[in-house]
Design a protein around this ligand. Sequence first.
Ligand SMILES: [Mg+2]
Length: 175
Amino acid sequence: MPKKRNQIEKIVKRIRLLILDVDGVLTDNSLYLNDEGVESKKFNVADGMGIWLAHKAGIKVALISGRVSKAAEFRALDLGIKYVYCGKSDKMRAYEQIKKSLRLKDDQIACMGDDILDIPLLKQVVLPICTKDAHPEAKKFAKLITKAKGGDGAVREVVDMILKAKKKNPLEWLS
Ligand SMILES: [Mg+2]
């Protein structure tokens, strides 16, 4: 069930790791296939900026995707995301590995998802987030639903909210 923004703010202050699903969160869930069967995806630059800002604020970012995707790996490399798990339909295993290596607890972790594969993760973390256009079953487990759709600035919206709760001013990092 979605919670009120002021309740969310208290939780957000503790967040040290933001886990992102790829398809439907960092993308609009489209896959582009050319005549040779080569797959590509479209990413949002504002989301990329959000990930840069999250790193600047000391928040780690991880990708856990059910699909193997070179495009997602290239995007992660471009954005300096060190924790990338693609082709993981059992997302909990990847989650436990990241949590262990970063020595974090469930109550320091936020996760953004959009479909039923994300439900185990959404149930585990303190701040489960779904995109506006997520599947209704996944949304049942979200404490926060973004105003933006997947691939349309939803990640940036979440990072902006985290930075605000932590009283970080991104403009200070630009000079
Ligand atoms: Mg997805």
